[in-house]
Structure formats: C-alpha cells, structure tokens
Design a protein around this ligand. Structure first.
Ligand code: ASP
Length: 310
C-alpha cells in the first residue's frame, strides 16, 4: 500500500498528493469489503466522537458520513443549525469551541459560505472534514468520483472526463479538478459562458484543462461524462435564457445518450434535476454509475475518517 504523511484536516484536495489519494482509494477498497460483510462494522474508531455539522441541507453526504462513522464504531452526533444555539446568534467559532469542549474528535462540516470549514479548523484541536462549502470545495465527493472511475475503468490516468453544466456554482467541479488532474485524467469543462465564469480562471488554475462551450464537441472521445446539477438556489437573474434551451444545448438527452454508446460512464453527484441536465433514460442507462457513486461514498468516507483518526 502507498503511504503518505499524517493529515489533520480535509478542506479540499488541493493539498493532497497523488500518492495520498491513491492510498486513500486503496483503503476505501478495503472498507468496501467491510461493507459487503454481513456485519458491516470494524472497531477502528471505537470511542471516537464524530459530529456531523450541517448548516446546509443534504441527504447523501450527511447519511453517508453517519454510516461511515458507525461502520468504524465511532460515536456520531448530528448537529443541525436549526434548533441549535446558532438560532440565538452563536457564532461558528463559538459553536466549534463548544463541540470541542463536549469532546468532539472530528467535525464534518457543510456550510453555504465558502471557507467556513477552514475557519472552523483554525479553532478546533481535532480534525475538520469539509462536506461542501459554498461554491468552493467538496473533497469527499471528488474522492468518491475518483474511486468510482478507478473501479469501473481500472484507472484514472489517461481517462477523458467531461464535466458539464453549472460549473461556476459547483464545488464538485472544483474539487474534482484537483483530484482528476492530480491523478492524471484529461478534463474538459463544458458550459454556457454564463455558467462557466471566466475561462482564464480555470485554465490559469489547472493549465491542463480544456474549456469548451459545445457539448457535442466536448463529448467526442469521452470516457466519463459528469453532469452537474443546475443549482437553482445559487442562480442569479440572466444566467440562463430558458431551461428548455439549456437542456437542448447542455443536457444529457436521449439523443446524446444514444450517440455516446455503452462505453462512456455517466456520473452525477446528485441531487438530480431529471429532464433538465440529465434525461431519465440516462439515469437508468447500463453505463450510468450514479448509484454506485452513492454506495462508494460510504467506503471513501470511512477511509478518510480512518486516516484522520490515525
Ligand atoms: N450534492 C452536491 C453538493 O452538495 C452536488 C449538488 O448539490 O449539486 O455540492
């Protein structure tokens, strides 16, 4: 197994080396074996306290961290801002300090503000895992995407990945860019100019990435198509002419599905707007791995919790 130096927090994949990602994916494989057993639990984190701190809604990520912590025998507590002292005005820093005083070892945080987990990490003696902050980062989503690509295609190096859709608002796209490029994939970003943001930002940060505004052109030679959710809660007026036009130009429609054939993996981080960025036919296509992504999320999060606790 590949080794990497100790790590305290996981805020984004920008500070993960290729070796560290590889080691995590290998650990996740072992965790997946644990999850396939009748008794899906090992004692690795017995006696450790994990707090799920979700300031923004989530189904997959929150439950996935909860199951991951339980499968490692940790104690897990779910905190939601609603109903907590946050509603009385308690600050993020005070909340994190309170959790520390209560004995939390690992805090898993989702927040609508980019940078919130980073701030928490400055004031917490244990580990902080970013479970999605604003438009900034979603490192565990990127890790589970890498795991799924590697599992299905045998490797990530050399694989052609098209990330399509609402890129400007997407923390999934950003974290995937760090992970995919570090693991040697070739990435094309495809979006209308209003949902891409300045192309120079992407190519300056990830020089190896290609930017393309025509989906059909981007799809040629793709091994993986990662469709992103149109983030209606983060849209400003004027970014889209109409949903129908968006679907026609950037949706994974039945026609595009047919042209792709059965070789290209179809991915989506969820939740999906079916009929907008992805047709229902594409969701259930034999080459769709959307459910596998969700399943793999538990093993990957176990691997990360295990690494931080070690
Ligand atoms: N579930 C992912 C996230 O939290 C993707 C999305 O919401 O569109 O970023």
């Amino acid at each position: 197994m590949t080794s990497a130096p100790a790590r305290r927090h996981a805020i984004d994949l920008d500070d993960f080396s290729g070796d560290e990602i590889e080691a995590l994916l290998e650990t996740a494989e072992s965790m997946k074996e644990v999850l396939a057993r009748e008794i899906k639990q090992v004692p690795a984190l017995r006696g450790r306290n994990v707090v799920n701190m979700f300031y923004e809604e989530s189904t997959r990520t929150r439950i996935s961290f909860e199951l991951a912590a339980r499968a490692l025998s940790a104690n897990i507590v779910n905190f939601t801002a609603r109903g907590s002292s946050v509603e009385k005005g308690e600050s993020l820093v005070d909340t994190v300090r309170t959790l520390q005083a209560l004995g939390a070892d690992i805090v898993v945080m989702r927040h609508s503000q980019a940078g919130a987990p980073y701030l928490a990490a400055q004031h917490f003696r244990g580990s902080v895992i970013n479970a999605g902050d604003g438009r900034h980062a979603h490192p565990t989503q990127a890790l589970l995407d890498l795991f799924t690509i590697r599992e299905r295609l045998g490797q990530v190096r050399g694989v052609q990945v098209v990330i399509v859709g609402d890129i400007v608002h997407s923390r999934v796209a950003r974290s995937n860019l760090w992970g995919l490029t570090r693991m040697g994939a070739h990435v094309t970003l495809c979006a209308p100019p209003t949902l891409l943001g300045p192309a120079a930002y992407w190519t300056a940060t990830w020089p190896e990435v290609r930017v393309c505004h025509r989906f059909d052109e981007a799809l040629a030679g793709a091994d993986v198509v990662m469709a992103l959710r149109l983030q209606k809660e983060r849209q400003q007026a004027g970014l889209l002419p109409s949903l129908r036009e968006y679907t026609r130009r950037y949706g994974l429609t039945p026609e595009r599905l047919e042209r792709l054939g059965e070789r290209t993996l179809i991915m989506h981080p969820g939740p999906m707007n079916e009929g907008v960025e992805i047709a229902p036919e594409a969701v259930v296509a034999p080459n769709a791995v959307i459910e596998a992504q969700v399943t793999n999320g538990v093993a990957v999060r176990m691997a990360l919790l295990y690494r931080l606790a070690g």
